[in-house]
Design a protein around this ligand. Sequence first.
Ligand code: SF4
Length: 596
Amino acid sequence: MSTSLQQPPSGNGTLVNITSKEELIKQKLEEERNRLAHELGVELQPRQHFARPVENLFIKSQREHTTLLFGGLTWKHEHLIHGALEGLGYQCQALETPDVKAFQLGKEYGNNGQCNPTYFTVGNLVQHLQKLEEQGKSRQDILDNYVFFTAGACGPCRFGMYEAEYRLALRNSGFDGFRVMLFQQSGGLNQSEAEAGLDMNVDFFLAILNAMNTGDLISDVGYQIRPYEAEKGETDAAIRECMDYLHDVFKNHRKFRLEGKLGGFVKNVPRVGSTAEYVGKFLDQLYGDDYTGALRQVGERLGKIKVDRTRVKPIVKITGEFWAQTTEGDGNFNMFKFLEREGAQVLVEPIGTWIMYMIHQAKQKYRDRQGVNGEEAMPSAWRLDKRLKNEFKVKKASAKLSLAEGIFKREWNRLRAALNELPHHLTDQYELQRLGHPYYNSRAAGGEGHLEVAKNIYYSNKDLAHMVLSLKPFGCMPSTQSDGAQSAVVNLYKDMIYLPIETSGEGEINAHSRVQMALGEAKVKAKQEMARVLEETGLTIEQVREYADGRPELCSGLYKVPHTKGVIGAAANFVKHVSELMKQDSRSRLSNYAAD
Ligand code: SF4
């Protein structure tokens, strides 16, 4: 060997020489490794490098016998997505809300050091597959006839690792080869192929978006009515009924076809050409009455719930990490139920805010890169043509995103109007950026980014919540960062009641007791506010109740009480409203008297 190094052969000698050197290094390394292993008594195992596993495809011809599994939101969202997917011709099943058992399975079969939602969601899928097996399905049957469909991303936080975590846990639990499909990521199954099992077309996206928005709005309304219901349990029963009805509305939703009346009109629009079908679908979405009409029916049912809005309750705004603030189960210590049991009104976060945030961030990115084309350096100052071309490209992309923002907001407000405007507005992303950016750079992506900080300021300063509770999963990187920024915020806004709670698979009692303490302060704040409002209006609570009893519309679950500036609580706002109504009544009595 040493000979080949010292005497390069003729011809292609250099190459041979390098190869020989590399071989020598390899051999020396191997010898040294063996020597060390021998000295330490370690048995060397053959090395196995990671290779992306071969993915089994889900193709169109398998659709009929394949069940799509999905989950990760609330049962309300999932019930509607179920209806929407069935309406698109898929067989589907929503996973159960993840519980502690799922968390333990996630830990058992997944990697160490993951964030809490990873364990819950990954373990939940394994648990579901195990249950299918217990029901008598063979493992091969599960692999052949089920597929899991979920959101994915490329980071920058651990969300980028979810896909790999699902695969690892599935392999470790004996379901190697089970199909996991991601949307929002190009690295998953290639859905652009005509033969793809899941057809991600316009109908698909519109159906899912409508289902998520409707789920958000019903959830919001439910949390506003339940704490004040006259008969315990009536809200939950009514919501169950309404969700079943809406499930069928989504399932039977008619799809836009060019052959219809609107289709005939669209086809005749000049230059619409091959995009006629897309244009028609969007027009149908923007002006159709299927969902708004159904929500008006739901509103009528919810309006029949009798409420007593004179109960003084602190409003607790939920913020935090996306999954921890959304799930309604063990994943956040069943926090919403706990808060309601403890006498609070919960203000939940809609998924719609997250969608608007993503559009906003994409727009910001385009603006930041203005004048730069792709990965190229900024064109020189004298290349005005290139600079203008780049600028036009950015403006065009930004305009498209602004249009998407406008349409999403419009659709949200249309559905909201069908529920008597009772659900909250979508929080303005530009306002959130303005509030949060001084503390948490709005370009720092990952998790909820600057939103956690911004929402804390927004809800406290706009008289929308007595207390902000941030649900932060154990091991969440972005949430840990924003915790640091929150201490500066809390120092500046002295009246704020803000509590961050780290959610995990254990420690529920400790978390509940910390919430109880902060809630005590929020209750005092709500009571003081009510006392101030009663004093300002000169009314007693009995007078307010008596007035409301005489007007059934004021006791309807769907009645919209206007928000008074400087007043947070539902009861205090109700007193202000009744006081105004009383004044109006006496004014009209006086004018009637004068007319007589
Ligand atoms: S935001 Fe936090 S909890 Fe959520 S995926 Fe990222 S690291 Fe995990």
